[in-house]
Ligand binder design. Structure first.
Ligand code: T1G
Length: 703
């Protein structure tokens, strides 16, 4: 079967697309659709049906084509070809009709969909905007406000919601034709339209009443978009296009959309976001994993520890319909754990993110227990107890006794040595790290930590399961802090050195947040709790760096200032709004501690702060690659974009380094090393070699 086949059945010309895996609109597909529609103009068909083979209707333009010059026909050419048809063209949607796929459907005269279908315009998630009429056609069908929300959020909606909005005309009842649900149902729908002499209704001909929104609607919308999408040009340009759909004739609106699309396509923000799109798919692939390795089924899960992490982890599996047994040390702790889960779900229902029915279904998947014996038949256990090696080893000895042969035993540890945990079991090949990020039911990142003896089958199971529960899995070897936290330690270290040298918490956080980080390092410390780092440092009392670098947070902890949870840490927090404000007492303490250590305060520029914190990430990331802890540089970018609030429109630490260029990175590192003598600035060998060869960290990712 070629990418586009054409046949006539029951007087319907069926244009069948087949471009696996997602029917992306490659040049061949675009040309094939146009040719088939043109051919149908003169044959005996009375209507034309565009339908897709495989798991989904067209999921958009072929993103991999964006870095090459456009090849005709363009998607707008295909849209025009469909709109000029003298016979009704019907799109039959299933799976996810996204981006150019939905635009292809909007060019048609009618749209039908299976109940399970979803439609959306996710271009903004790639730093783009719809480039084939989406910003002009969607408001004409769904209204301005719904269109603005759909296109600037990029989130898909269900077939039912799309039908309510008027984006699709019929939700098919696929029960009628169990054999090939879509074909028959869609053909039947096309025949119904013919029997009704349905007109050649084109979306482009719909007029939007000029008073459809209030006068200052777009002004207010732009203000909200600027807050919600800091640093990203596409959302503002989407607002421009939708305003043009209201105020200008269709062709003028389409011309503006095309101009803005080209501008986004060539923006650094979109290049970075497209890099991450492919990186988040590449990271799921394990280098060197034998092709015949099969993942084990995971039909039931045990969680050890019903605290914030344990409860959040349990929710991931319950949301996927996988039964969970959450074990705590006694009934009171178990009840408390279940209450945490219940509260989390109830909050989502209250915010309208979840239906009560979905919450009840998920809660029914989670059972509490205090008896290890009840975990004897589960396929996977995830330990989420206190971050202490001995305690974790006790748990794994018990699990090794109780769990069935072949059960996977996972630790959620952030820092402990997974091999030391595996060593206390008789089944180290079944032990793996599954490092969730708090809040575990929200954060997409999952570091999958491969122990020295973890089997390929357990590893393949973990990577597949991660995707099944909606996570982005990144493989890490064992080292202190794995990928993300190991780099974060260097990033935090520079932040604290800048504090000691004269910068204030607000300046440091402000410098990073204005660059695009979701939250500055010191505010992050206050959020997670300064006592976490304090306890870890207490375990290394002889480390000279701690006293020199972290004397301020240690002093704050000893003053009872643990961060947001005590109302004060580096900042004071408003008890109502939790807004942070600078605290003169902390600034004076920092100056006192610095003076006691012979540090003369100086003024630091935002640029110096950003340079040091970001280069600290890059240099440690390079070392992580050299040691083989991470499989590829783009995996590190995926870790930071999905677990540490690194701005997606900057692509990740290693992508950022590539934009600077290896030579520039090397010169800056050498300068800092010469200036400070601090070993952390000794350039990683990989950076030396990239600078010498002109290669990039992230060359291997198809951007
Ligand atoms: N182009 C090229 N390759 C794509 C692709 C696309 N649009 N979508 C997916 N792939 C590849 C992906 O890299 C992976 O490859 C494989 O397909 C399976 O993807 C003109 C400008 C559809 C919901 O943004 O959201 O249209 O790793 O692992 O989890 O206005 O893919 O196997 O080699 O994600 O089942 C707009 C992007 C484009 C949709 C399926 N469309 N895709 O999820 O599979 S811009 C999008 C997705 C545009 C127009 C504008 C998801 C999915 P490999 P997967 P999945």
């Amino acid at each position: 079967m070629s990418v586009v086949d054409y046949e006539i059945r029951n007087q319907i010309g069926i244009v069948r697309l087949n471009n696996p895996p997602v029917n992306a609109l490659s040049q061949a597909l675009r040309a094939g659709i146009l040719a088939a529609v043109e051919r149908a103009q003169t044959d005996e068909s009375r209507a034309i049906l565009i339908i897709c083979e495989g798991r989904t209707f067209v999921a958009g333009a072929d993103i991999s084509e964006f870095n090459q010059p456009p090849v005709l026909p363009t998607l707008p050419d295909v849209v025009a070809g469909i709109e000029q048809s003298q016979k009704p063209v019907i799109a039959a949607l299933h799976g996810t009709a996204l981006g150019g796929g939905l635009e292809l459907a909007l060019a048609c005269h009618y749209r039908c969909a299976l109940p399970s279908a979803k439609v959306g315009l996710p271009e903004v998630k790639l730093g783009l905007l719809p480039g084939a009429g989406g910003t002009q056609y969607l408001p004409r069908l769904a209204g301005v406000e719904a269109a603005l929300e759909l296109i600037t959020s990029g989130n898909p909606v269900s077939a039912q919601r799309a039908h309510t909005l008027g984006v699709i005309d019929a939700v098919l009842d696929d029960e009628k034709s169990p054999v090939t649900p879509l074909d028959n149902a869609a053909i039947a729908y096309a025949q119904t339209l013919l029997s009704q002499s349905a007109p050649l209704r084109r979306v482009r001909d719909i007029e939007i009443p000029p008073d459809t929104v209030s006068e200052n609607y777009f002004h207010k919308a732009r203000e909200q978009l600027a807050r919600r999408y800091r640093g990203q040009p596409a959302p503002q340009l989407i607002a421009d296009c939708i305003q043009a759909a209201v105020e200008k004739p269709i062709d003028a609106g389409l011309a503006l959309e095309r101009m803005h699309f080209e501008r986004c396509l060539h923006s650094s923000e979109s290049a970075a976001m497209r890099h991450l799109f492919f990186a988040e798919r590449q990271c799921t692939k394990v280098v060197g994993l034998a092709k015949d390795v099969t993942a084990k089924p995971v039909r039931s899960v045990g969680i050890i520890g019903g605290g914030t992490m344990g409860g959040g982890i349990a929710m991931n599996f319950a949301n996927a319909g996988i039964p969970v047994r959450m074990l705590e040390i006694n009934d009171e702790a178990m009840a408390r754990g279940l209450a945490i889960v219940q509260r989390n779900y109830a909050a989502s229902v209250k915010k309208g993110r979840l239906t009560q029915e979905s919450m009840d279904r998920a809660m029914a998947c989670i059972q509490g227990t205090t008896d290890y014996a009840e975990l004897s038949q589960v396929d996977l256990v995830i330990e989420a107890v206190f971050e202490n090696l001995e305690i974790k080893q006790q748990v794994f000895r018990k699990l090794d006794e109780v769990c069935k042969p072949g059960a996977i035993l996972a630790s959620n540890t952030s820092y402990q040595d997974l091999d030391a945990i595996a060593a206390v079991t008789r089944r180290p090949e079944d032990v793996i790290g599954l490092h969730f990020f708090s809040p575990a039911n929200v954060m997409k990142l999952l570091e999958v930590v491969r122990g020295a003896q973890t089997s390929d089958s357990v590893l393949a199971t973990a990577m597949q399961l991660a995707r099944a529960i909606g996570k982005v899995p990144v493989l890490s070897r064992v080292c202190y802090g794995f990928i993300g936290n190991r780099m974060l330690n260097q990033y935090f270290r520079q932040a604290h050195l800048c504090l000691m040298e004269g910068a204030t918490p607000a300046q440091i956080d402000g410098a990073m947040e204005s660059w695009g980080m979701a939250m500055g390092p010191l505010a992050v410390g206050d959020l997670s709790g300064l006592d976490i780092g304090y306890k870890a440092r207490q375990a290394e009392p002889d480390n000279p760096d701690h006293q020199r670098v972290y004397c301020l947070p240690d002093a704050l902890v000893e003053m009872g200032r643990l961060g947001q949870k005590t109302g004060a840490g580096y900042y004071r927090y408003d008890p109502e709004t939790r807004a942070r404000e600078e605290d003169a007492e902390v600034l004076a303490l920092a100056r006192k501690l610095a003076a006691e250590r012979g540090v003369t305060p100086r003024s630091l520029s935002d640029e110096e702060i950003r340079n040091r914190l970001l280069l600290a990430l890059v240099n440690e990331g390079a070392r992580i690659l050299e040691e083989g802890v991470a499989q590829r540089a783009s995996d590190i970018d995926v870790v930071y974009a999905n677990g540490y609030g690194f701005p997606r429109y900057r692509g990740g630490p290693m992508y950022f380094a590539d934009q600077l260029g290896g030579e520039a990175v090397l010169v800056r590192l050498r300068g800092l090393y010469a200036e400070t003598g601090d070993p952390c600035w000794k350039p990683a060998a990989l950076i030396e070699s990239l600078a010498a060869t002109g290669k990039n960290f992230t060359d291997e990712v198809m951007a």
